[in-house]
Design a protein around this ligand. Structure first.
Ligand SMILES: Cc1ncc(COP(=O)(O)O)c(C=O)c1O
Length: 423
């Protein structure tokens, strides 16, 4: 297997202008392939021993009580928000038309679960150059129906958790951290993902570790963990793992709803749920990736610093990103905003970079409220989201992932220099 990996992935020399410089991608070695084969030989396929171990190690790494693996970051967002609508939460549950505070400068599937659950998103603008929610505007967004905040640590940069936690406690709100782009980031030394009532991860190949498709929901709250498990597994009340029976010891002696006494607990449904489970083959890959997380995060931080050195030369043209005070981000990417006086447009530059084989991305949906899918959604917003529009028009990002390094960054610097001089 190791030989196979070596032959398939013999060090390819970087040819400037010919070899694409990706913004993200899978980084792996023979260990992940071996793990995938081992799990395939088990042929358990659904959740199994690798899932158990990955969940345990991931929870331990972040510093939370529970990690539940799912089939994508988007599924983890759906599960986390839907968990807050569970009747098991008593009078704290979110009901249709309740409000959830979020931002419009982000990824659509942070917003979608709010809309899909019949809740009302309330949009707050974001700061540039942290690209995170304007913490000083959150209080203004709170109304009698506000029940939760659901916000991302944008591109790995933690939002102002001190301020957010203060507001959450003061108003008795739920906090969900969309940690999909921030695994390994810390705030005052504590991992993001361990602050909210719930947090989410994505293991899509662009992210800090990958299982192909995949994600996880994190929580330290026992009740929320039970709700999540149910919602993830068809809505069932039973919590036996695959292949297990009668863990509750009342499989045939319980009373539920108006079902007859002793109705098989395996087929009792206490939530309107989904099946969002990960497979054991993916979990086996994830376990190997998790062992590399520290190294991956260091490479992301080093690349971020290298980009800063490049762009510092051109501060008249670009606004450079800044880590939130007190944070130590494992940067998902390197965001840049074009200065108003630069004399060129974002798209002119990104087009030029792409012509020179350098991949860029916009900050996801820009202003989601301007996307076709959301033109008619029920929502509130605070102010006119000026920075959100600015990001939609003027911001892009470059990669920080461990698949690039000095050579790629130096070549990109030469292309940026050429572009700026030609203006
Ligand atoms: C902030 C954020 N949340 C959620 C997601 C969705 O994750 P997935 O692609 O695994 O569904 C992404 C995707 O990249 C993301 O960037």
């Amino acid at each position: 297997m190791a030989d196979f990996h070596k032959i398939r992935n013999t060090e390819k020399t970087f040819v400037p202008g010919k070899t694409p410089i990706r913004y993200a991608g899978r980084v792996f070695d023979e260990k992940e392939i071996q793990a995938a084969v081992e799990a395939s030989l088990d042929f358990w396929l659904t959740e199994g021993r690798f899932t158990e171990e990955f969940q345990h190690k991931l929870a331990e790494m972040v510093g939370v009580g529970h990690a539940l693996l799912v089939n994508s970051g988007s599924s983890s967002n759906l599960l986390a928000l839907t968990a807050l609508t569970s009747p098991l939460l008593g009078d704290r549950l979110l009901m249709p038309s309740d409000e959830v505070i979020t931002v419009a400068a982000g990824f659509p599937t942070t917003l979608n679960p709010i809309v899909l659950n019949g809740l009302v998103p309330v949009f707050v603008d974001v700061d540039i150059p942290t690209y995170n929610i304007k913490a000083d505007q959150i209080e203004e967004a709170i109304g009698p129906k506000t029940k939760a905040l659901f916000i991302a640590h944008t591109l790995g940069n933690p939002f102002n958790l001190d301020e957010v936690i203060k507001i959450v406690s003061k108003h008795n709100l739920f906090l969900i951290e969309d940690n999909c782009d921030a695994l390994g980031s810390t705030y005052h030394g504590k991992n993001t993902g361990a602050f909210g009532h719930l947090a989410t991860c994505s293991f899509y190949p662009a992210h800090h570790i990958t299982t192909g498709e995949g994600g996880a929901v994190l929580t330290s709250d026992e009740k929320l963990a039970r709700i999540l498990r149910s919602l993830k597994d068809w809505g069932r009340d039973c919590y036996c793992g695959p292949g297990e029976n009668n863990t509750c010891r009342r499989r045939f002696s319980g009373r539920y709803g108006t079902l007859p006494y002793g109705y098989d607990h395996k087929y009792v449904y206490s939530h309107i749920g989904y099946n969002l489970k990960m497979t054991d083959i993916q979990a086996a890959i994830g376990l190997e990736q998790l062992k590399k997380l520290d190294r991956f995060c260091q490479a992301r931080r080093d690349n971020f610093e290298a980009w800063i050195s490049v762009f510092k030369e051109y501060e008249d043209y670009f606004i450079l990103p800044e880590a939130t005070e007190g944070s130590y981000p494992a940067w998902f990417a390197f965001p840049v905003t074009i200065e108003k006086t630069a004399g060129f447009a974002r798209t002119e530059l990104t087009n030029y970079l792409n012509q020179n084989m350098i991949e860029t991305r916009n900050l996801f949906g820009g202003n989601l409220l301007r996307q076709p899918a959301y033109l008619n959604i029920n929502h509130r917003k605070i102010g006119d989201l000026t920075n959100t529009d600015r990001i939609m028009n003027d911001t892009f990002f470059l990669g920080t992932f461990p698949g690039i390094g000095k050579e790629q960054i130096e070549y990109t610097a030469s292309i940026i220099d050429k572009f700026v001089r030609s203006r």
